[in-house]
Design a protein around this ligand. Structure first.
Ligand code: SF4
Length: 64
């Protein structure tokens, strides 16, 4: 699995970082998404899918 994010679309809601803080973080200044792990570690796949589903801006893409 690979994850892509689009900071241009990101609305800074923080849902992704709340859903899986091992994979997603937010920029300290403007709150936009920071992708920590483009290839999620084992056991984080479902949380990554959930984060993509919850993102209100459609800024997270999961490539299975
Ligand atoms: S959930 Fe979406 S809009 Fe919110 S911070 Fe993450 S990528 Fe940005």
């Amino acid at each position: 699995m690979r994850i892509e994010v689009d900071p241009e679309r990101c609305a800074g809601s923080g849902m992704c970082a709340l859903t899986d803080p091992a994979v997603f973080d937010q920029d300290q200044v403007d709150g936009t998404v920071v992708l920590l792990r483009p290839s999620p570690p084992a056991g984080h796949e479902e949380a990554a899918r959930e984060a993509a589903h919850l993102c209100p801006a459609g800024a997270i893409r999961v490539l299975e």
